[in-house]
Design a binder for this molecule. Structure first.
Ligand code: PLP
Length: 451
């Protein structure tokens, strides 16, 4: 589809946005949101006629790309049949979405509590764990993001927590494995794994195991930098949780539903947590939906005792119809297999080849369509291209990189000193090659700030 320029409409859209829309995470006077006219597949376009290859998948949620005709049709059909209904009833779209999700989750995580997004999923998973164990504290990793509601933002291990951290959420943070910037001075993945597990074990011992309800971790930390945990790490966490009666929650809001080249990242590690939180890819964000997949044991806690939580739109029919269609399309079109193939044969090797040519690239890591390129001033010292949590002038090198990418027709995801290559799971080889060429150009700009 060729976008038709329509600058007048674009200007009106922009003016109303600036007058009335209050944007997330932003100083309202300092932002300049792009007015978007449309989107299809891996691309979106503005009113000036500029088309962008979306290497951010929105906010890492359009796992089947934009405007998939079968999912759009399913939402339209559901709207015609039953556009909304209260959560206490059995509704076809909700029942079927729950069945399809449970079929894909590992182990006996066969009951689904629906929410409107990821943060609510995290809130309710923690609520379940606290009631199930009768304990209060929850442990989460530094270098993590779990959402912007109260418990979820306090669990988060990045600067977005600071403004909301009341130090009263019952959260204890610990360091998760990340060899490139090892908190444990490790030199191999094996050392990193072993030391990270020892650190977790020590933290639990000093906190008091009987005070800890749950450990929540992103299956592959996303916003924090796409660090695939070393082999054996989650098996170790599972064993520690079992030993102390701690609920193990894997947050798969970003990693789940194909992004890692498997249905869930848990499948990469052969681990079965007690709860999985999900959102985003479950229906590619076409209608807001999230949820918690619950093990038999935790579900049984609420067999005869009411679960004290609920949402007006829990399992909304339009969102569930979108999930049913998305999961069906993903299977029919082998979209998870495509993500694995792209990661192994096109995107991973392509990014590594860029790393060889560009001195600003310190590290390339990832799996499936879930990759981070870490930019540094100096490959030896690994000094980040911009300081941690930089803004304004200090963040200029990343701003210059992003501007160059956009000029080349690529919409990048930039987080601190990283760019994440996270296209839709059904991205084609040709689209990835186009994206890699644009990154090549943009990295030449980043190189000017390195060395
Ligand atoms: N958990 C993870 C791992 C996420 O990446 C996110 C959002 O990016 C959330 C939770 C919060 O999800 P939401 O923004 O839908 O509330």
């Amino acid at each position: 589809m060729t976008p038709q320029p329509d600058p007048a409409t674009g200007a009106a859209v922009k003016a109303a946005d600036r007058a009335h829309v209050f944007h997330s995470w932003s100083a309202q006077a300092l932002i300049d949101p792009l007015a978007v006219a449309g989107a299809e597949g891996s691309y979106f376009w503005d009113y000036e006629g500029n088309r962008y290859l979306d290497f951010a998948s929105g906010l890492v949620f359009t796992n089947i790309g934009y405007q998939h005709p079968k999912v759009v049709a399913a939402i339209q059909e559901q709207a015609g049949k039953l556009a909304t209904f209260a959560p206490a009833f059995a509704i076809e779209a909700r029942s079927e979405a729950a069945r399809l999700i449970a079929e894909r989750t590992p182990g006996d995580l066969d009951k689904i509590f629906f929410t409107n997004g990821g943060a609510e999923a995290v809130e309710n998973a923690v609520r379940m764990a606290r009631i199930h164990t009768g304990r209060t504290k929850v442990m989460s990793a530094y270098r993590s993001y779990h959402g912007a509601t109260n418990t979820a933002i306090n669990l988060t291990g990045d600067p977005r927590r600071w403004a909301s951290d009341s130090a009263s959420a019952g959260v204890v943070h610990f360091w998760s494995p990340f060899l490139y910037r090892s908190p444990f001075y490790a030199e191999t993945e094996e050392q990193e794994c072993q030391r990270a597990l020892q650190h977790l074990e020590d933290t639990i011992a000093f906190e008091g195991p009987q005070t800890i309800a749950a450990i929540i971790m992103e299956a592959v930390p996303g916003t924090a930098g796409i660090m695939v945990p070393p082999a054996g790490y989650f098996a170790g966490v599972r064993e520690i949780c079992d030993r102390y009666g701690i609920v193990f929650i894997l947050d798969e809001v970003m990693a789940g539903f194909g992004r890692t080249g498997t249905w869930f990242a848990a499948d990469l590690f052969g681990v079965v947590p007690d709860l999985i939180t999900f959102a985003k890819g479950v229906n590619s964000g076409y209608v807001p939906l999230g949820g918690v997949a619950i093990s038999g044991e935790i579900a049984a806690t609420f067999d005869h005792k009411p679960f004290p939580g609920g949402l007006t739109y829990s399992g909304h029919p339009l969102a569930c119809a979108a999930a049913v269609a998305t999961l069906t399309v993903m299977a029919e079109e082998k979209i998870v297999e495509n993500a694995a193939h792209i990661g192994e044969h096109v995107l991973g090797p392509g990014l590594r080849a860029l790393a060889e040519r560009h001195p600003s690239v310190g590290d390339v890591r990832g799996t499936g369509v879930f990759w981070a390129v870490e930019l540094v001033k100096d490959r030896e010292t690994r000094e980040p291209l911009v300081p941690y949590n930089a803004s304004g002038e200090a963040a200029k090198p990343m701003g210059a990189f992003a501007a160059a990418a956009k000029k080349s027709g690529l919409w990048p995801l930039v987080a601190m000193n990283r760019t994440h290559a996270v296209p839709p799971c059904n991205v084609s080889e040709a689209e990835v090659k186009e994206g890699l060429a644009a990154l090549d150009t943009a990295l030449s700009v980043a190189d000017e700030y390195a060395g």
